[in-house]
Design a protein around this ligand. Structure first.
Ligand code: B12
Length: 220
């Protein structure tokens, strides 16, 4: 097993063991050894968190385990994020992204993974957190001179707030200023088209590809 695989395995185990300290230690090791951090996030943290979510759906694990797994991932991401940001200072930003989970929705794992992978790929990412009202997406996008607005929704009820953000943008004549990407488990390409979003991605890796494919729209 190569060095990178060994580190990915430690990261994976930390999530599977719900061990935040081990996740932080594995993340530190990833940074120190110079492995590709984007790949480490995907293979070491995003994969096992998704598997944990699926195990939860099958009722093989319970809510406390799910929360502890998420906490472990956050502890690791805090370290990787720092390092990714430091590296970002040396390369030109590919664009500014304002991302958050929409109003009424407290799910933040997927959105955090998307934010981290975008950051790892050279985007300047401002994570607004969860339960973000439509108006705040607009004010933060303006304040940060954003190119992209990312809207995450995990509930079929809160998906509707993605539409509200787009309606508010259109009502204020600001839609054309931003590339609006939507995502989250219940969100589909058809929903994105219905509400007039510019793009949809099924997962974090696809989110990076979506922005790469559309980058010329905001490149200066
Ligand atoms: C973890 C979890 C929780 C945790 C959240 C912890 C946290 N800090 O986030 C807790 C326990 C708190 C929770 C609470 C609730 N949950 Co919940 N939860 C989940 C679960 C099991 C996993 C979600 C997750 O983190 N997945 C892992 C991540 C990596 O995947 P992801 O979120 O899909 O994100 C990926 C993509 O969607 C995409 N993506 C995500 N965001 C974005 C944004 C953009 C811009 C783009 C491009 C892409 C993108 O990329 C991500 C990375 O690959 C799902 C089940 C499921 N299958 O989704 C249910 C689920 C979403 N929850 C559900 C429900 C009902 C609830 C509650 C209402 C439960 C309740 N009765 O109290 C509350 C909601 C409270 C609220 N107001 O928000 C339902 C939703 C049903 C529906 N369709 O409406 C689900 C589907 C479970 C189920 N089968 O019933 N939940």
């Amino acid at each position: 097993m190569g060095n990178a695989e060994q580190i990915h395995a430690k990261m994976r185990a930390s999530i599977q063991n719900y061990d935040a300290e081990a996740a932080a230690a594995a993340a530190r090791e990833a940074v120190a050894s110079g492995v590709n951090l984007l790949e480490a996030v995907e293979k070491g943290f995003a994969g096992p968190i998704r598997e944990l979510g699926e195990a939860f759906d099958r009722m093989e694990v319970f809510l406390p385990q799910l929360m502890l797994g998420a906490d472990a991932m956050k502890a690791g991401m805090a370290i990787l994020g720092e390092s990714i940001r430091a590296a970002g200072g040396q390369v030109a930003s590919k664009g500014t992204v304002v991302i958050g989970t929409v109003e009424g929705d407290i799910h933040d794992i997927g959105k955090t993974v998307v934010a981290a992978l975008l950051q790892a790929n050279g985007y300047d990412v401002h994570d607004l957190g969860v339960e973000v009202p439509a108006g705040r997406f607009l004010s933060e996008a303006a304040a940060q001179k954003a190119d992209v607005i990312g809207l995450s929704a995990l509930l079929s009820t809160t998906m509707l707030y993605q539409r509200d953000v787009l309606e508010l943008l259109r009502n204020k004549g600001m839609k054309e200023k931003y590339f609006v990407a939507v995502g989250g488990a219940p969100v589909t390409q058809a929903w994105a088209a219905q509400i007039g979003a510019d793009g949809y991605a099924r997962g974090a890796y696809e989110a990076v590809q979506l922005l790469e494919a559309n980058r010329k729209r905001w490149a200066k």
